[in-house]
Design a protein around this ligand. Structure first.
Ligand code: HEC
Ligand code: HEC
Ligand code: HEC
Ligand code: HEC
Ligand code: HEC
Length: 372
């Protein structure tokens, strides 16, 4: 059988297989894509993107935003948390694709992104054709369109860079990246968040040869302790002098292509340094790395929906920019002859909205040293 005939036969099988199950529409659920792109759908399901809409944290914040600013605010929030809701006009939130949050058919309908406008804007085209990074895709299931924007950080910008109604830049991940070494070297977001691994783009029964690799869609960020561990380095030195101890701690951002934390101004990286003597006396010192924002009246904002809608200025920005090392010095009483344990702990704080501790804070790394 010739190659093209073989492809045609495969196409027929595909058409039959696809029609036996849910059909592909210009806007389809991830479940439909999963009939063929199984491993990509599985990794996306573990991402924050797939829960951007159905997470309790977001639903609570959305309800609070509407109570505070009126129902019209929903369109603003869903624009990033459930982009297909806006595209399909589903403000009543009835459709399945709305509840899928940042889902397949949003990103793979995007054709271009304008990063020069006040807020970066994506132009999407909803049809059976799917845009993506493969120049040589062969799919009888749906037309494919090679799209350079999918291999550029620009695809992420419309949602990870945002100025609100006050003209205040609430989310600045894209511009932080652009200003960093990574941006200058054009090491894109995908290179750290969508690592390529061996795998099948589409299910074996449909696939052309040879099998290439896939980009995992899990988008590990601060919710991944492994990713956080890669990102920050902690070094501690203790020097004792008479009854005092000088604790020197270096905190470095060694692997994030933007500030740590980035994104929502409620995120914090917290350094806690403690001295604990053998008799149980404990002293703590703390440093917080964060970008605290305020409203037009100068009041500090501590809830996500207020931050998005009302922030108008920066109170303090103490975050670690890409490649930055912060040198911190603490002194403690440390009586000679008493054994003392010094400890430095870095933890990451997500959001005051979280209902339980595990959702609110995670320990990234701990260093300790004991003196006799
Ligand atoms: C019936 C099987 C099938 C279904 C259903 C399906 N695809 Fe595909 N898709 C394929 C095949 C086969 C390829 C080609 C793979 C290759 O060439 O390596 C492909 C390629 C792609 C590409 C790569 C395009 C490029 O040029 O980079 C994207 C993106 C894509 N599909 C997205 C989707 C999305 C989104 C859905 C759901 C709305 C979907 N697909 C549903 C079989 C399918
Ligand atoms: C946030 C946007 C986004 C979402 C959501 C998304 N993708 Fe992708 N996808 C991308 C980008 C960007 C690439 C290209 C990555 C690269 O080449 O560096 C890609 C690549 C692909 C490819 C080409 C093969 C590969 O692995 O590079 C396929 C097929 C694909 N995605 C299917 C899907 C399916 C199915 C879903 C839903 C489960 C989905 N995508 C969700 C952005 C997205
Ligand atoms: C349509 C909007 C949209 C696009 C496009 C988009 N994101 Fe997101 N992204 C979000 C939203 C919304 C969240 C927050 C989800 C939540 O926690 O509720 C998020 C969260 C994340 C996270 C955080 C995960 C964590 O652990 O907290 C990472 C990392 C991320 N996105 C990376 C990317 C990258 C890389 C791209 C481009 C390839 C991209 N995003 C494109 C909307 C988007
Ligand atoms: C050099 C690697 C690298 C590059 C490039 C990079 N990131 Fe990250 N990113 C990380 C690491 C590591 C983390 C985990 C540490 C953290 O949360 O700050 C992270 C975390 C994140 C988070 C989670 C923040 C949160 O508050 O939960 C988001 C969102 C994100 N990145 C988006 C992006 C976007 C968008 C781009 C491109 C404009 C990008 N990243 C480029 C490595 C990178
Ligand atoms: C321009 C896109 C955009 C808009 C508009 C937007 N968000 Fe978000 N939101 C994000 C991104 C991206 C994140 C991921 C956090 C990060 O980057 O640190 C996020 C995070 C959040 C979180 C924290 C989720 C978590 O898992 O920690 C909440 C809650 C939230 N947004 C609520 C809202 C509400 C309510 C609105 C409307 C008032 C809104 N957002 C508008 C993009 C957006």
């Amino acid at each position: 059988m010739s190659v093209s005939l073989f492809r045609f036969a495969l196409g027929m099988t595909l058409a039959v297989a696809a029609s036996a199950q849910a059909r592909l529409h210009p806007i389809s659920s991830a479940e439909v894509c999963g009939q063929c792109h199984l491993s990509i759908v599985e990794s996306w399901k573990e991402s924050a993107h797939s829960h951007a809409m159905d997470s309790r944290l977001f639903q609570d914040a959305l309800a609070a935003a509407e109570a505070d600013s009126g129902a019209a605010v929903r369109g603003t929030c869903l624009g990033c948390h459930a982009p297909l809701a806006v595209q399909t006009g589903d403000m009543a939130m009835d459709r399945k694709t709305t509840w899928e949050g940042v889902t397949c058919d949003y990103c793979h309908s995007v054709r271009t992104v304008d990063t020069d406008s006040a807020n970066p804007r994506a132009r999407a085209e909803f049809s059976l054709a799917k845009s993506g990074p493969l120049k040589d895709a062969v799919s009888s299931a749906h037309p494919t369109v090679y799209s350079p924007v999918h291999v550029s950080s620009a695809i992420c910008a419309p949602c990870h860079e945002y100025k609100n109604g006050q003209g205040f830049p609430v989310l600045t991940t894209f511009s932080e990246w652009k200003a960093s070494r990574y941006g200058k070297e054009n090491k894109n977001c995908q290179s750290c968040h969508m690592a390529a691994q061996a795998g099948k783009v589409a299910d074996a029964r449909f696939e052309r040869e040879p099998t290439t690799s896939i980009n995992i869609h899990r988008m590990a960020g601060s919710r991944s302790v492994a990713q956080l561990n890669r990102a920050v380095k902690l070094k501690m030195d203790v020097a004792r002098d008479g009854g005092r101890a000088k604790v020197t701690v270096d905190v470095s951002n060694i692997a994030a292509g933007h500030s740590i934390p980035t994104g929502s101004p409620l995120r914090q990286l917290i350094l806690d340094v403690s001295a604990r003597t053998a008799d149980g006396k404990e002293t703590h010192a703390k440093k917080i790395y964060a970008r605290t924002v305020k409203d037009a009246a100068g009041k500090v904002l501590d809830k996500e929906h207020f931050v998005f809608m009302k922030s108008a200025g920066v109170m303090i920005d103490s975050r670690l920019t890409a490649d930055e090392t912060r040198h911190e010095v603490f002194t403690f009483d440390s009586p000679v002859g008493t054994s003392t344990e010094f400890k430095a702990t870095l933890s990451y704080y997500y959001s005051p909205f979280a209902r339980d501790k595990a959702d609110q804070r995670v320990t990234v790394v701990t260093k300790s040293q004991r003196f006799r």
